[in-house]
Design a protein around this ligand. Structure first.
Ligand code: NDP
Ligand code: 8X3
Length: 248
């Protein structure tokens, strides 16, 4: 039995991705820190969903979870590196360094722990890695400082993985969404201020978790000779601003 491992499965995109992939016939391993949320998802999705507790920012936790999966006979042929977060929207010179550390250890170091440990299996399986980047990895905005930089890392890591995996049959894509509501992302970013988070999406007709989930399933369904390197997607309501010019 081969399975797709989706990190950050307890909420938002990850939860919707698990739903969509199971509906499309895949067997899915859902990983996150909040195991109770994964158990609820298991109750909804049934046999083709395997919950596993994992903190991607903790190497020992990643190693233990992968070893538990191996003991269960689970072979991973697809990896969706979705777990991630932004903390704060303050300017760099006003930001809390502890927030920067959490973003780096989760979005950057976390993705390397899991990907490095799974690469031998993914090569054996001619598997597929889908990283959930962001438009913030390409377009700068005030307060995006470290969050955007972690997503730029994911973009370049994805492309460099492609270079190394040439000839193995392993595919790598970086899916880069813009403004997306219906997740816990902004509530986490604003440290539990759900009202501020909601105001960001009011009237925007933003992307929704199901939209991203359909794109992930579509990527997995592409024939083996096609590799989508990057998929950048925004809601129609989101666009570009002029460059800022400060006048004295
Ligand atoms: P949510 O906050 O709704 O979900 C984040 C998920 O990541 C949760 O399941 C959380 O699970 C998990 N997670 C966070 N830290 C860890 C950790 N250390 N170990 C394991 N799991 C962790 O956010 P979204 O669904 O919106 O975001 C998912 C991804 O999409 C992120 O990488 C985000 O940067 C990216 N993204 C989001 C956009 C948006 O506007 N919403 C747009 C572009 C990209 P738990 O707390 O249970 O561990
Ligand atoms: C999340 C999208 O624009 O809030 O990655 O940075 S944005």
């Amino acid at each position: 039995m081969t399975s797709i491992l989706v990190t950050g499965a307890s909420a938002g995109f990850g939860r919707a991705i698990c739903h969509d992939l199971v509906s499309a016939g895949y067997t899915v391993v859902g990983a996150a820190r909040r195991f109770d949320k994964l158990q609820s998802l298991k109750a909804e999705l049934g046999e083709r969903f395997i919950p596993i507790q994992m903190d991607v920012s903790d190497k020992a936790s990643v190693t233990a979870a992968l070893s538990e999966l191996r003991e269960q006979g689970v072979v991973i042929s697809g990896l969706v590196n979705n777990a991630g977060l932004a903390l704060g929207l303050d300017k760099a010179q006003e930001a809390d360094f502890a927030d920067w550390e959490v973003m780096i250890t989760t979005n950057v170091v976390g993705i390397t722990y899991l990907t490095h440990q799974l690469l031998p299996t993914l090569v054996e399986q001619k598997g597929y890695i889908i990283n959930i980047g962001s438009i913030a990895g390409t377009y700068p905005y005030p307060g995006g400082n470290i969050y955007g930089a972690t997503k730029a890392f994911m973009k370049q890591f994805s492309l460099n993985l492609r270079a190394d995996l040439s000839g193995t049959g392993v595919r790598v894509s970086n899916l880069e969404p813009g403004l997306s509501g219906g997740t816990e992302f902004s509530t986490v970013r604003f440290k539990g201020d759900a009202q501020r988070a909601q105001e960001l999406y009011d009237g925007t007709n933003s992307l929704q978790p199901e939209d991203i989930a359909h794109m992930v399933t579509w990527l997995f369904q592409q024939p083996p000779h096609i590799n989508i390197n990057r998929l950048e997607v925004m809601p129609t309501s989101q666009s570009f601003s002029p460059l800022a010019v400060y006048r004295q």
